[in-house]
Every structure is written in structure tokens, then in C-alpha cells.
Design a protein around this ligand. Structure first.
Ligand code: GUN
Length: 290
């Protein structure tokens, strides 16, 4: 039987609606809207699209969004000065500096300069540390948080399940593993140097693919009935000349024949990331107000 589809669009829409209602309550109780400041250096087309979606979603969720576009030749000190200004601004609850940054800017220095309590991306080492030790004050990176939401919605309790995360990035792989561990999964982080990756994947009741390689995970890597979360967004050549299409890190058609449930690409994890950004912004606003 073909796997169930985990509908990230519907889940994200429901979450955004709930956050929007809660944001209205926040505004009524505090006399101000929760505020998100976004920063984009340069005009990378993909980043511009992401930022536009984030700003639109912020407004739709009854929050205050202010965007700060900076030219591509912005110096690190200028960006750090803006971050400092946003740290001090009481109307700003969340700060998001869109990555990647141009080469002249040290990304780690910029992330380190963001007030951890306004770090709605959850990239600051203080938030990574909070997550690692199970501190509930952690602001958690949005993509893995979205993956966890989809997994729990579909499976209920994750306790005791074997989880394999492919990818060890600070943004997805490592926080994903920490979240699954906190749910009492037995967690393996696999990566480009893992030996016999297909065999490792075949152990997984939960398989999270976050490698950025189109359709790398094949049908015969998957344990029958497993729950697959595909974080990949890869552009590949389409059927017609000159056309492209977006695929995940999982070979969807093959995987669907074996898995119990699978997130589609697009329409799976992607929409959850923005929903979780809104959620993190509201959480940060509440903490700062109390
Ligand atoms: N670039 C791609 N994804 C993200 C994200 O989630 N946050 C930020 N700040 N930049 C990104």
C-alpha cells in the first residue's frame, strides 16, 4: 500500500491560524504587536523570495514586521551595528538575518551578536546549548521544529523509536537529533562519511533526510512502514527542455511504495519553517513581556 502523505501545507496553515489568534491576544494584553525584524544583505533571488514570504506571513499572523534590506557590499561592522540597534529596540521581539551572507561578512560573528532571547532562528550558541541540555527556554531552529511537529502529529508518541537523521548541519541535522533524543528516540546522525548509509537507514522507524542531494535516499534504503521526513529542496532538470522542478532528498515514487508515511516536496517541511518562525517570534514576545 502506498504511504500516507503528511500534508505540511495544511499543518502549517493550522499552526499559522493558531499563532495569529494568540498574537491578537498578545496585542490586546500588552498594547503592542509582537515584532519581527528581518535583515537581508544583497539581492540573492532565492533569499529575496524567502524573505518576502516571511514578511507576508508575519503580517498575516497579526504581528509587526520590519524589513531591513542592506546592499551587497555592506561591511561586517555595519551589519553588527544594525543587529545591536535591533537588540536594543523594545518593539523588536525576533531578529532574523537571512543566510547565506556575502563573503566579506563572518556569519558566526553576526549570529553571536544577536540577543539570544531575540534569536528566533535558534542559531545562537546559547540556544544550541539550551536545546542540548533540555532547557525549555531554548529557541529552537524552525525547520527541525517543523519536522518534529509533523512527526508527532502523525505518530503521536515517538518514545523508543529508532530515528536516523541524515545530515549534521547546525541548522537542521544537529538540532533535529537533539529534539528526537528529547522525545526518547534512539538517534543516529548519519552524514557523508557514514559507512553503508543504506544499511543505517534501513534501521530507521523515523528517517529525516537533510543532505541537499536530489533523490539520494532510495526505496530500498527504507524500512517498511517507516515515517519519512524530507527536508531537501533541490532544483533539477524537468521533463521539458529548459524547465526545472523541485525534488527532495528522497526518491519519492520509490519511497512511497515502502514507507508508512512521507512528506512531499514541495508541500511538506517547507511551509512548516515559516509557521515555526511565527511561533518562535510570539514565544520570544511573551517571554520578553513577562
Ligand atoms: N536561509 C535559508 N534558511 C534560513 C533560515 O531558516 N534562517 C535564516 N536566517 N536564513 C536562512
Amino acid at each position: 500500500m502506498a504511504a500516507a502523505l503528511i500534508d505540511g501545507r495544511a499543518a502549517a496553515e493550522a499552526l499559522r491560524a493558531r499563532v495569529g489568534i494568540a498574537a491578537d491576544f498578545f496585542r490586546a494584553a500588552s498594547g503592542r504587536a509582537a515584532g519581527l525584524a528581518t535583515v537581508l544583505v544583497g539581492e540573492d533571488p532565492a533569499s529575496s523570495v524567502y524573505i518576502r514570504s516571511k514578511i507576508k506571513a508575519t503580517h498575516e499572523a497579526n504581528m509587526h514586521g520590519v524589513h531591513h534590506p542592506l546592499p551587497a557590499d555592506t561591511r561586517e561592522e555595519q551589519l553588527l551595528a544594525l543587529v545591536e540597534q535591533l537588540n536594543r529596540d523594545p518593539s523588536v521581539d525576533g531578529i532574523l538575518v537571512q543566510l547565506p551572507l556575502p563573503d566579506q561578512i563572518d556569519t558566526a560573528r553576526v549570529i553571536a551578536a544577536i540577543d539570544p532571547d531575540k534569536d528566533v532562528d535558534g542559531f545562537h550558541v546559547v540556544n544550541a546549548g539550551r536545546l542540548a541540555v533540555g532547557d525549555p527556554d531554548a529557541l529552537v531552529p524552525c525547520t527541525p521544529l517543523g519536522c518534529l511537529h509533523l512527526l508527532k502529529s502523525h505518530l503521536g508518541s515517538l518514545s523508543g523509536l529508532e530515528a536516523v537523521v541524515i545530515g549534521r548541519s547546525n541548522i537542521v541535522g544537529k538540532p533535529m537529533a537533539a529534539l528526537l533524543l528529547a522525545e526518547s528516540c534512539t538517534v543516529t546522525i548519519a552524514h557523508s562519511r557514514t559507512s553503508d548509509l543504506p544499511e543505517v537507514c534501513r534501521r530507521a522507524d523515523i528517517l529525516v533526510a537533510a543532505v541537499g542531494r536530489a533523490e539520494m535516499v532510495r526505496g530500498d534504503w527504507i524500512k517498511p512502514g517507516a515515517c519519512l521526513i524530507d527536508v531537501g529542496i533541490n532544483r533539477v532538470a524537468g521533463a521539458e527542455p529548459g524547465k526545472t522542478r523541485i525534488v527532495g532528498d528522497v526518491a519519492f515514487d520509490e519511497a512511497r511504495e515502502v514507507a508508512g508515511a512521507i512528506t512531499p516536496v514541495p508541500g511538506g517541511v517547507g511551509p512548516m519553517t515559516i509557521a515555526m518562525l511565527l511561533r518562535n517570534t510570539l514565544v520570544a514576545a511573551h517571554r520578553r513581556a513577562n
